[in-house]
Design a binder for this molecule. Sequence first.
Ligand SMILES: Cc1cc2nc3c(=O)[nH]c(=O)nc-3n(C[C@H](O)[C@H](O)[C@H](O)COP(=O)(O)O)c2cc1C
Length: 330
Amino acid sequence: MPASSLTPNPTPPQLLLAPLRGLTDYILRGSLQHHLGGFDLGLAPFISTVERLGPRKARYLDDVLPRKNEYLPVIPQFLGNNPEQALRLCHELHQLGHREVNWNLGCPFAPVTRKRRGAGLLPHPELVAAFLGAFLPNSPVRLSVKVRLGLTDPDELFGLLPVLADHDLSSIILHPRTALQEYSGTVDLGRFEQVLAQCPHPVIYNGDLVDVAGFTGLLTRFGPLPGWMIGRGAIHDPTLAARIKGRTFDEAGRRLALETLHQDLSAAYLERYLTERMVLDRLKQLFRYLARNFEAEEEIFTRVKRCKELAPYTEEALRILREAPMKPLG
Ligand SMILES: Cc1cc2nc3c(=O)[nH]c(=O)nc-3n(C[C@H](O)[C@H](O)[C@H](O)COP(=O)(O)O)c2cc1C
């Protein structure tokens, strides 16, 4: 059964793997946790509540099946603004064994936000209140929310906090950027701190955690939060969560970790996907992140990007993982 909630103020810190749609499927989540460890919980990429029954929806539900997430318990996430649709999906997720689901209020992309979904709801506390009022009394699962500071204005979240405070939510995961910023600029730690002070719910930090020193700095500043969520940093440096938990890696250990993860994913994707082309695209997407472990990262990524077939790609990828000069770990 998936874990459904976090302990307040735990030691060691509780680390959550962030949802990265197109990357952190159950295969990657499981492989990362199995080979490197360090995470306590994963959040799955969003399932749209407007998704109709069909192969796409089946694939999303398959991704959160508890038996496929045995290495790392997973909390499913939905994206939508219609409580009836969300309840339908959450009943299906409950039947699969889930006891907690996350509501995506942070997706920054215009086709989503224009329809007042994702971060498009942040400037509309009245719509969020109406949703929660209709959803929560009928929900078979507990709800957490994943938010940004605002759609365009970093103070929008402060207008929403009283609404969130009025409802029984298991946690609030905050990525302290606006949707307008997408992933650019810096995270707003001052506003994160203000939200932390005002919010009665457990608040989980998310954004730009890429090295142990950065994590330690935030831990010193904010104190022991109930959870810390890491996304891109964990794909770029798959040892990061384990290192935050105290494991150490010398260069040989780090190379071995990257190679093991890469080869395990390659084998699992070959089993899952119908064509080598799909496997190749998936691995190249992963390598875009892994390349950052090496000096001359652009040149390294170009070397793998050029490969048009899986066999030469694998040869090139392994050569890099075994021999290319590495950047030091942060
Ligand atoms: C490629 C990509 C896909 C993402 N997919 C999702 C998603 O499905 N649901 C979600 O809540 N956030 C999604 N995010 C946002 C991340 O979960 C996270 O909030 C963001 O990347 C900041 O954390 P990080 O700096 O640790 O990566 C995505 C981000 C990226 C880059």
